[in-house]
Design a binder for this molecule. Structure first.
Ligand code: MBD
Ligand code: FE
Length: 304
């Protein structure tokens, strides 16, 4: 093996091959390796720094926290910004704004029609009803639209990720009725914070950043022929509403709360005292192909 300088090594790494491989993967790898060589050289990265980073990546993956880091470093929002820009260029307007899925969606939540109680047992926060309609861009109801909803518990934990919670706790799937209507009862969740003493918190401490998200509720809305909508709504008044560690707060997604709503008409949700209500409609845009209408969330989509 001959002696090489950085440029010669980079050239060899990027050009060596025994088969065509995948050209897209080759192009992306070439770019990332080139940029990283440059970073190591220009920032004079030591061997110890490099292997510390590799060890951290391994622990990050083992802890299942890659999706926390992508969100916290802005990549999830970046993809939404780019999707919005592509829509704008294509003249695709309207509809409920998209917002990041985040790493905590779980498929297979129990399904109900029209209305459901997302929480179980005693409320662990203010009793909350969110209700509205799924509509298309013409204002027509979307009967049978499927709405996945998931949110954190009173400690900011999500079921399947946070110890001590029941499977599918605070996760439900609602099938809208013939008029496209839905309603759900839960309690107003607090915000979320990244797990302490974890690979993610190590990086955030080193960056001098907090790892808090403002209070929010996630939705995945699916209907035939319409573009799958992944979004979240924010609960107003949160300290972190404009300082989300995942940069996901958006205009049009901060809900309005009506406090002290009379319980009449909400008996079927077990409500007998004044409660907090929010009306929110989901507006879906047409799907241009099967993939846009695919009922799959992020991970299922890429592994399908
Ligand atoms: C969350 O609850 C979340 O929604 C995101 C995007 C990242 C981490 C935790
Ligand atoms: Fe979340």
């Amino acid at each position: 093996m001959s002696e090489m300088n950085l440029q010669a090594l980079l050239q060899r790494v990027n050009s060596t091959q025994i088969a065509p491989g995948n050209p897209r993967v080759r192009a992306l790898t070439e770019r990332i390796v080139t940029d990283l060589f440059k970073t190591i050289d220009e920032l004079d990265v030591s061997a110890d720094e490099f292997w510390t980073a590799v060890d951290w990546l391994g622990r990050l993956g083992a802890a299942g926290q890659l999706g926390l880091i992508t969100a916290g470093l802005g990549f999830d929002r970046l993809l939404d910004i780019r999707a919005d820009e592509a829509d704008q260029r294509a003249g695709r307007q309207g509809g409920t704004p998209r917002a990041i899925e985040g790493p905590l969606y779980v498929a297979g939540a129990p399904t109900a029609t029209y209305e459901v109680r997302v929480d179980e047992g005693a409320p662990k926060g203010e009793v909350f009803v969110m209700e509205g309609q799924v509509r298309d861009l013409q204002g027509q109801p979307v009967p049978g639209a499927l709405i996945d909803v998931w949110h954190a518990n009173e400690q900011g934990g999500y079921s399947h990720f946070f110890p001590g919670m029941q499977p599918y706790e605070l996760r439900r799937r609602i099938q809208a009725d013939a008029q496209g209507r839905y309603r759900l009862r839960s309690y107003l969740p607090p915000g979320y914070s990244i797990p302490p003493n974890s690979p993610t918190s190590e990086l955030f401490e080193a960056l001098g950043r907090h790892g808090h998200r403002p209070a929010h509720i996630h939705f995945l809305v699916v209907a035939p022929g319409l573009r799958t909508l992944t979004t979240q709504v924010n609960i107003p008044g949160d300290t972190y509403i404009d300082d989300d560690f995942a940069f996901a707060t958006r205009d049009g997604l901060v809900i309005e709360l009506e406090r002290g709503v009379a319980p009449a008409g909400y008996e079927s949700l077990g409500i007998e005292a004044p409660f907090v209500r929010s009306r929110f409609d989901f507006v879906l845009t047409p799907a241009l192909n099967d993939s846009e209408a695919s009922p799959l969330a992020r991970i299922a989509r890429i592994t399908a």
